[in-house]
Design a protein around this ligand. Sequence first.
Ligand SMILES: NC(=O)c1ccc[n+]([C@@H]2O[C@H](COP(=O)([O-])OP(=O)(O)OC[C@H]3O[C@@H](n4cnc5c(N)ncnc54)[C@H](OP(=O)(O)O)[C@@H]3O)[C@@H](O)[C@H]2O)c1
Length: 287
Amino acid sequence: MKLKAYTRRTQLIFDIIGAGKVGKTFGKYLSSKGHKIGHVVNSSIDSSIKAVEFIGDGTPSSIDEIGGCDVVLIGVQDDLIRQTFLKIKDKLDNVKAIGQFSGAYPSSIFRECDEMNIGRFSIHPNASFANQEIWQSMENIYFVMDGNERGRKIIRDLFESMNIKFSEIYESNKIFYHIGAVFASNFIVGIQEVSRELYSMAGLDTETAEIISLYLSKQAIENVEKLGVKNALTGPVARGDNNLIEAERMALTDLDPDLGALYGKFAQILKERVIVSEHHKNSSDER
Ligand SMILES: NC(=O)c1ccc[n+]([C@@H]2O[C@H](COP(=O)([O-])OP(=O)(O)OC[C@H]3O[C@@H](n4cnc5c(N)ncnc54)[C@H](OP(=O)(O)O)[C@@H]3O)[C@@H](O)[C@H]2O)c1
């Protein structure tokens, strides 16, 4: 008789230190998937109680009570991760792994775990957790993970059992991963600001400046999605209007040398990375 193959989900117990936007939301998601939440520690007991209410499981606790779980999750602000770990490092008997959610710091922020034979990992969700209802659509978020062997194994098993999308990176590369996110997300915000200031300077009212700059940025992102980076590029650099580019760079430099330098560098990046790589691609296609 052929035995039916099946996967059995292992229930894990998670302690959470720093059940804020990410910690409590991820905790609620874990609980909804049948895992157990143990101690929940925030900087104040009132906040721990509220986090436990939101999660629907767990015990509001002090940091001295941490331990006796399978996994400790540290969801405090990035600058506090290391010092929080050092406070609980000696309470990790029988704990399988400890993890954090930072996009910038790798799991080696818990480096002592290697000699203690404890798994360490960082799991960075590529999403904003401003809206706590995001726990209901966790499967849409792409996570990026690094860790030691034991930590990676725990996360692979956990994420695969919950259908979470994820990639693994080497922790030594994490800084470039984070810079990638800064370019894709934060700098877009800064570029919106500069664009609006320039429109206002040209005499447009604030509302019109907002409408136009948002429309153009959204259209550019949509075109990147539909056509790819190379084919989405329009404007003076794509047309090769080099005299115009130089005139604009000089006008902007008179106004603000930093912005002039930024314009020149961006134009150079478009020429050398976007257009030149398209040229290389076409010539290698022709070969
Ligand atoms: N927010 C996002 O969209 C997002 C996205 C991806 C990754 N991340 C990463 O997720 C991590 C957490 O960020 P977050 O935005 O969730 O932060 P957050 O909302 O500010 O939450 C931080 C939590 O840590 C608690 N806390 C602070 N100091 C503490 C201490 N000494 N002991 C115990 N608990 C303490 C706070 O408690 P109180 O409530 O009592 O102050 C709060 O609940 C960071 O590594 C961040 O980089 C965030």
